[in-house]
Write a protein that binds this ligand. Structure first.
Ligand code: DAH
Length: 338
């Protein structure tokens, strides 16, 4: 009889339980009412009296062994499910993949930092904007063709609302809620109803700058842009071409000297050596008035630039759509040192 117990013990010890199904099979085969251990208990009364004690002890021990094995296996499976480390916390973990800063954010942060160093703060405004802040206060007369310069997504429920077409709307908000001197920079997303192609997108990013104080002149504007060009592009050589924006007078577009030595230089600057980077000008007195600032006392400059354009030049990115496709092969290239 003791031999039977020993045989069963050998059998139980040789089994390894690797999943829940096997554990259940094990329970049915050995631990259930119809299982092998119970069968042996039923033999108890046939065991000669002098062997009963040893048999009983061996059988109880076997039962404990089988129950322990079953319980341990189940606990192991549970902790594997909870920790994913197969119950062995001394094993090396699964390494967490580090992300990269998106190139649009990296460029935005760099530009914001450059202006923060000379006393600009950061202001933000809503992406769904009313006609006043996006157009009217910025001296776009109603029904004026200047509004067509920026194809607009209107909000159907309320024709007074639109997705802002530029971050110049934040200028107006900054002037409405602050008294000069105002030195602020406003990064953000803007929207235009334009076909998507390699060079243009209906959603992109801009950074707006605004400085309002007494006696601000065009010379101050040029100086701050030279500082920016030197810090960001490493070259303070800029040129300003006359331009038109409803909210500035006079208005200019700014080019930074890029160079014209390599084939890439030719491609990037369209053979001119100059890189067009932003629009700017002296804030129109009408805009100051509309925003509650007396143009007889104060003057100021404003500028605005597109972040995608600058990022495409910095990183030699040929297609604007890459910024929003979230292709890991693209994004991983912007990982900084680990
Ligand atoms: N808002 C203009 C645009 O989206 C950019 C711009 C031009 C902003 C001149 C300015 C400025 O502040 O002075 O095209």
């Amino acid at each position: 009889m003791l031999e039977n117990v020993q045989n069963l013990r050998d059998q139980i010890e040789s089994i390894s339980l690797t999943n829940k199904e096997e554990a259940e099979q094990f329970r049915l085969q050995f631990l259930s009412k119809k299982g092998a251990i119970q069968d042996l208990f039923k033999e108890f009364r046939n065991v000669p009296a002098e062997q009963k004690k040893a048999f009983g002890a061996a059988l109880n021990e076997l039962k404990q062994l089988a129950e322990g094995k079953h319980k341990e296996a189940l606990e192991g499976f549970e902790s594997t499910a909870a920790t994913g480390v197969n119950g062995d916390i001394t094993r090396p973990g699964t390494p967490a993949e580090l992300g990269a800063i998106h190139p649009i954010n990296a460029i935005k942060d760099e530009i914001v930092d450059i202006f923060k160093r000379i006393g600009f703060n950061v202001s933000v405004g809503p992406e769904v904007e009313d006609d006043w802040h996006n157009f009217t206060a910025l001296n776009f007369p109603e029904e004026h063709p200047a509004r067509d310069m920026q194809d607009t997504f209107f909000v159907q429920r309320n024709p007074d609302w639109a997705l802002r077409t530029h971050t110049s709307s934040v200028q107006v908000r900054a002037m409405e809620s602050n008294t000069p001197p105002i030195r602020t920079i406003s990064p953000g997303r803007v929207f235009r109803n334009e076909a998507i192609s390699a060079r243009s997108h209906c959603i992109f990013h801009q950074i707006e700058g605004l400085y309002i104080d007494k006696d601000v002149s065009f010379a101050d504007l040029k100086q701050v842009l030279m500082y920016f060009a030197e810090e960001f592009f490493g070259n303070a050589k800029i040129r300003m071409r006359p331009s038109y924006f409803p909210f500035t007078e006079p208005s200019a577009e700014v080019d930074v000297w890029w160079g014209l030595e390599t084939e890439v230089d030719h491609k990037i600057t369209k053979g001119t050596g100059w890189l067009e980077v932003m629009g700017c000008g002296m804030v129109d007195p009408n805009v100051l008035k509309a925003s509650g600032i007396d143009p007889e006392v104060y003057s100021g400059y404003a500028f605005g630039m597109g972040i995608e354009r600058i990022a495409m030049n910095r990183y030699q990115i040929p297609d604007i759509r890459l910024f929003t496709e979230n292709d890991k092969r693209f994004l991983e290239q912007f990982k900084t040192g680990v």
